[in-house]
Design a protein around this ligand. Structure first.
Ligand SMILES: [Zn+2]
Length: 145
C-alpha cells in the first residue's frame, strides 16, 4: 500500500516568511555583497539572536575547507554574549544577484547542537519558506545533549 506523497512545500513544518525574515535576508545579502569574490564560493549569513540583535558573517574559504557563513555569524553573535539563536539565513553572492542557500550537512549538525528550535530560511521550489532547524537533520548525532 502506498501512502500519500506529501511535497516538501506542503510539509507542516514549513512557515511563510514575515518582515523580520526579509530584514535578515537583506542583512545577509549586504554582507555577501561586500565580500563576494568571483574566484571563490562566497556566502553571507545573518542570524537573529535572543537579544533581538542580528549578526552577520561570511564564509572563509580556503584550500583546506574553511568555515561556512552560518558558523561565522553564530560565532560573531556568541562573541557578543548571545546564547540563543532564533532565525538564520544564508545567501550566496553572485553576478545574477543573491540567492538563498539551505544549510550544508555540517551546518545542519551545528544548528541541531546550538539552535534546534531556530527557524531556518530556505528556498524550496522557487518559494521562500522557513523551517525548524532540528527538522533539517532527523536522527541527528547527539554529543552535547
Ligand atoms: Zn555549511
Amino acid at each position: 500500500m502506498m501512502g500519500r506523497a506529501v511535497s516538501r512545500v506542503e510539509h507542516p513544518g514549513f512557515q511563510e516568511l514575515d518582515e523580520q525574515d526579509r530584514e535578515l535576508i537583506a542583512l545577509a545579502s549586504a554582507a555577501i555583497r561586500q565580500a563576494w569574490r568571483t574566484d571563490r564560493h562566497s556566502v553571507g549569513a545573518a542570524v537573529l539572536a535572543g537579544s533581538g540583535k542580528a549578526y552577520t558573517g561570511v564564509n572563509v574559504e580556503s584550500c583546506a575547507y574553511g568555515p561556512c557563513a552560518e558558523p561565522v555569524a553564530i560565532g560573531a553573535a556568541a562573541a557578543h554574549g548571545e546564547t540563543e539563536f532564533l532565525r538564520i539565513v544564508a545567501v550566496r553572492g553572485g553576478e545574477t544577484g543573491p540567492s538563498i542557500l539551505a544549510p550544508c550537512g555540517n551546518c545542519r549538525q551545528l544548528l541541531a547542537d546550538y539552535a534546534p528550535e531556530a527557524a531556518v530560511i530556505l528556498e524550496e521550489g522557487g518559494r521562500l519558506l522557513k523551517v525548524r532547524a532540528g527538522d533539517l537533520l532527523p536522527f541527528a548525532y547527539r554529543y552535547f545533549r
